[in-house]
Design a protein around this ligand. Structure first.
Ligand code: SF4
Length: 180
């Protein structure tokens, strides 16, 4: 068994959604050996082999596995966190047991580009975010130097569809973002 136990050690407000919590759990041993196998069998996860992290998107939650701990974002309460940790424990152990039958996948998810973000911004360069242009905002956003909420026009009805897509894209790439 690769992961025999876990313990919630910190509960914080969620950066992505202030009404939810972010949970950090310490784990019994190193689990990164299973990451390339999970990366192979799970769709849409984000594997960073050099950093030894794997982010899984599940039911709108972001579950990030590190070698020695697990972080959960957009969680309702500790009860839900415990349920998710139990799910992850089973997933990790079952996948590890079957690893001989799985082709490991070491590839990383395609990196998000500033231009991908720019195309989903209003494109008016209105400066409300404090940046001179939407492209400058996109560059900062991809570098995690500014938060998406600073672009207030994006959260208006006019750009709702773009906003939904951008939030989805950022979440899939492992960024902490609020729900649109
Ligand atoms: S607030 Fe939004 S629309 Fe205005 S410049 Fe910044 S990124 Fe562009």
């Amino acid at each position: 068994m690769l992961l025999s136990s876990y313990k919630i050690t910190r509960t914080l407000p969620c950066l992505a959604d202030p009404e939810k919590i972010r949970v950090i759990a310490e784990i019994s041993g190193e689990i990164h050996e299973v990451f390339p196998y999970l990366n192979s069998i799970l769709k849409g996860c984000i594997y960073n082999h050099p950093a030894l992290t794997l982010t899984i998107k599940k039911d709108g939650k972001l579950l990030t596995l590190h070698a020695h701990h697990i972080t959960l974002a957009k969680i309702e309460d500790e009860k839900e966190a415990e349920e998710i940790l139990e799910y992850l424990k089973n997933l990790i152990n079952e996948t590890y047991e079957k690893r001989d039958q799985i082709e490991p996948n070491y590839s990383m998810a395609a990196e998000l580009k500033a231009l991908d973000i720019y195309r989903l911004l209003p494109g008016t360069s209105c400066k409300k975010c404090g940046e001179l242009t939407c492209l400058a905002f996109a560059v900062k956003l991809v570098g995690r130097d500014i938060e998406i909420m600073k672009c207030t026009p994006l959260y208006t009805r006019e750009y709702q569809e773009k906003c939904n897509v951008l939030v989805e894209l950022l979440s899939a790439a492992g960024y902490d973002v609020p729900s649109a």
